[in-house]
Design a protein around this ligand. Structure first.
Ligand code: 7TS
Length: 421
């Protein structure tokens, strides 16, 4: 199958050896309901290569110890590996320094950290926070909570009929009162890739700070936070071949240095007295308590794995897959795709509805066929309300997916149609 594809497709794809890539993902080699597993839900959480799983085991078997405190060999080794992982993550997104990378649990925690720490220090009643209607709940709710604490107001950039941001809204909504602009780089529902750099320039022109939610782009394309021109970026390890329980907040050094701590406790202090404390420098002042040490180290392994595979190659292969998926799905009668129909403007998360069949029923029929997809609102309820559908079914692709899994998706949809419609 792959040999055929290599011959049929442009030269750059022939060097992307998806069969070899699949070999290092143990979970993919199983059946689901008697059919080979086709995992099309990587936008929710990706699968893990063997090197990441082994890295976790190696840590717990060989050098498990707390970091930044012990002076014995195991603790030194754990600390070294933990800080080396920070360096890997920093290089992965082209941060100016590892000190700009804060390890957190996930993208959600990264955004909450900014909303509490930067937000409480900088947002006042009457200030405005600009979001988009396609944000994941984790880039809406923390700002709503900040607005409730401070009396700030939220504004939203709308989308057009193909799920692209209406950029003219910036003229109207970006004002001197706008203090924060927080936008998703790649929508987890529409797949839309947003022009972050341009929005960041516009945000800075009115003196606002810009946060990019890169949870869905960092796993799938080369990321350069400096080139994106943003001030903060938030992402999760588990969507990019890493473990759950670890993610990162990147922030410009000057901004992080000026921010008060988010949570207090061990590890984030310099000196503690009974009635007051002084705090460690960034990033340590934002990492209170024992961090997810083995998980952060394994995220470093995931970064190595992705870089060795090549982020540009991964992106091109996924663009090929999404092109195939758009073409095949457009042949299914009664199917509506939400989001851009041109490959260049979108990533590999594809949400759709099928006339007369509930999204959950589609997912159930696909489950029986061994195809794992997500059905629901994908934590974008305001967007679904706007699209006027309670739920969609979403197929999302990653570097280990096969073109033939798209055929199986299409056959499953036709079967669902036969059964329900
Ligand atoms: N931002 C985006 C764009 C996301 O897609 C997600 C998770 C998050 C933030 C939050 O990530 P977390 O790791 O903190 O939970 N998106 C999804 C999804 O689409 N299906 O499950 C989780």
């Amino acid at each position: 199958m792959i040999g055929q594809i290599s011959m049929l497709e442009p030269a750059h794809l022939s060097i992307f050896d998806v069969v070899s890539i699949r070999r290092v993902f143990p979970i993919l080699h199983q059946e689901m309901n008697g059919k080979p597993l086709a995992f099309l839900d990587s936008a929710a959480s990706s699968q893990k290569p063997r090197c990441v799983i082994e890295s976790l085991e190696d840590y717990y078997r060989r050098y498990n110890a707390n970091v930044h405190r012990g002076i014995y060999k195991l603790s030194e080794e754990a600390t070294f590996a933990y800080e080396r992982a920070r360096g890997k993550v920093a290089r992965f997104i082209n941060a100016a320094s590892p000190r700009e990378v804060v390890f957190v649990r996930n993208a959600t925690e990264a955004i909450n950290l900014v909303a509490y720490s930067w937000g409480d220090a900088n947002i006042r009643a009457g200030d405005r926070i600009l979001l988009t209607v396609m944000e994941h709940h984790s880039n809406i709710v923390p700002w709503q909570m900040l607005a409730q604490r401070t009396g700030a107001k939220l504004d939203y950039i709308q989308i057009d009929g193909e799920g692209r941001l209406v950029l003219e809204d910036l003229d109207r909504l970006l004002t001197e009162q706008t203090k924060m602009v927080a936008v998703v780089h790649q929508s987890n529902t529409l797949g839309t890739i947003n022009p972050i750099r341009m929005i960041a320039e516009r945000a800075h022109a009115v003196g606002a700070v810009m946060l990019a939610d890169i949870a869905q782009s960092a796993p799938h394309m080369p990321i350069d936070v400096q080139a994106l021109g943003v001030d903060f970026a938030a992402f999760s390890g588990h969507k990019m071949c890493g473990p759950t329980g670890v993610g990162a907040l990147w922030g410009r050094r000057a901004l992080l240095d000026a921010m008060p701590p988010f949570m207090g406790g061990g590890s984030m202090i310099k000196v503690v007295e009974l009635d007051q404390s002084s705090y460690a420098e960034t990033p340590n002042c934002f990492e209170a308590g024992t961090p997810a040490i083995g998980e952060a180290i394994a995220l470093g392994e995931a970064v190595d794995f992705l870089c060795q595979t090549g982020m540009e190659q991964i992106h091109q292969y996924e663009q090929y897959l999404i092109g195939q998926a758009l073409e095949r799905l457009s042949e299914v009668k009664g199917l509506t795709i939400y989001g851009p129909l041109s490959v260049a403007d979108r990533g590999a998360a594809l949400s759709f509805t099928l006339d007369g069949v509930h999204p959950h029923d589609i997912a159930e029929v696909l489950n029986v066929e061994g195809v794992a997809v997500r059905a629901g609102h994908h934590c974008t309820q305001p967007l679904h309300r706007l699209l006027n559908v309670p739920a969609t079914t979403r197929a999302s692709f990653y570097l280990y997916n096969l073109p033939e899994e798209i055929d199986r998706l299409v056959h499953g949809l036709e079967k669902a149609q036969r059964i329900f419609a």
